[in-house]
Design a protein around this ligand. Structure first.
Ligand SMILES: [Zn+2]
Length: 374
């Protein structure tokens, strides 16, 4: 009996030791965060002193780091969890009877789809951005493309439900979606350009135009790339909320929700542009409370209010818009979004290919002598 239990306990003990060893190894791997002086400049963030992941992490390390507190952990979760919220909203509308056959709901479906894509792309970008300098650039190219799609999703839903009565069927209304599509192309290109300049011409991760060489210009270009499509999309809404007087202003219960969304959008832009609060107290907000996390949270709450306002307008104005507004077609909803996705993917490929396959040379990308294969 004793010998049998001893016989059985040996492999169990070996398994137990194996598990303990794996856990210790995992803990050792996942607790090795670096400070700002240990990572290349391309990975450094203003006002963030510690909590950096290794700049050559494996994909597995990147995923495991989500369960450890680094300066990116909350950046990932603040967009990953809301993705499921918007996906749930999208599925709810999709599963409603006749949603796919009712053209009136298509703009809302496109908007909700874009609301799922942008936080998902962002959380993936934040997760895998520390695999290498190249992966960091490519991850954020996708992030920018997804933001452009969200901008177009907003425009498509505004065109269908939010335009003030006075502007419905105007010349501006007729050109609104085509211009919004054009804006997404310019926005994706400009935001990608803001990282490394033009592919094939400027790309030299070490020396020439890069985010690290002219961070202020990069930041200004990136803010411009996101702000101008947002401002264009919101021209009809701003007119309706702040300028319109008299008839045709569409003053309904959705207006106050639109105001909430607008205030949050400006707060989001302010946080992105100023790097507050960590700029005032470098090192204090490395893990919790830095501007990028607050920026993510404000963006998501803003998107939630935007969705509520769009839904309110959609329901309140349905009977009237079905008579007066231009017909909702595949071309001015899913078709436009599809064009945007294809062109944005093309632009991202154009900006990414030189990083992946440009030449067989390797370039030093960091003070530590890490290599980035072209
Ligand atoms: Zn982010």
């Amino acid at each position: 009996m004793f010998s049998l239990s001893l016989f059985l306990s040996q492999p169990l003990r070996a398994v137990h030791q194996g598990i303990m060893f794996s856990l210790i190894k995992l803990r050792c791997q996942t607790t090795s965060v670096l400070n700002v002086n240990q990572v290349p400049k391309a990975f450094q963030e203003d006002g963030i002193i510690s909590g950096y992941r290794h700049p050559r992490s494996s994909a597995t390390d990147c995923v495991l780091s989500l369960f450890q507190l680094t300066n990116e952990t909350l950046n990932v979760w603040t967009h990953f969890l809301p993705t499921w919220y918007f996906l749930w909203k999208l599925m709810t509308v999709l599963l409603m009877e006749d949603a796919l056959y009712d053209a009136y709901t298509w703009p809302l479906l496109v908007f909700l789809f874009s609301c799922c894509v942008y936080p998902l792309a962002s959380s993936c970008a934040h997760t895998f951005s520390t695999m290498s300098a190249c992966s960091r650039h490519i991850c954020y190219f996708f992030d920018y493309g997804a933001l452009s799609l969200y901008s177009l999703g907003s425009a498509i839903s505004y065109s269908a439900y939010v335009f003030p009565d006075a502007w419905v069927n105007s010349t501006f209304h007729a050109y609104y979606i085509p211009v919004a599509v054009l804006n997404t192309i310019v926005s994706t290109s400009l935001s990608c350009y803001s990282r490394l300049g033009l592919p094939f011409l400027h790309y030299d991760i070490d020396e020439s135009f890069s985010e690290r060489q002219s961070p202020r210009l990069s930041k200004v270009l990136r803010i411009l790339a996101f702000a101008y499509p947002y401002l264009f999309d919101n021209i009809p809404l701003f007119y309706r909320l702040f300028l319109c007087v008299g008839e045709g202003c569409t003053d309904n219960e959705a207006n106050s929700i639109h105001v909430h969304h607008t205030l949050l959008a400006f707060l989001t832009a302010f946080l992105f542009a100023t790097h507050l609060p960590e700029r005032l107290a470098p090192g204090r907000f490395d893990y919790i409370g830095h501007s990028h996390q607050l920026f993510h949270v404000c963006a998501i709450i803003g998107t939630h209010f935007q969705m509520k306002a769009i839904e309110a307008d959609m329901v309140l104005r349905q009977s009237q818009l079905l008579v007066t507004a231009p017909p909702i077609t595949f071309n001015n909803t899913a078709g436009s979004a599809l064009v945007c996705v294809c062109i944005s993917l093309g632009i991202i490929c154009l900006y990414s290919l030189p990083l992946l396959y440009g030449s067989s040379e390797t370039h030093t990308t960091s003070a530590e002598g890490k290599k980035c294969k072209h």
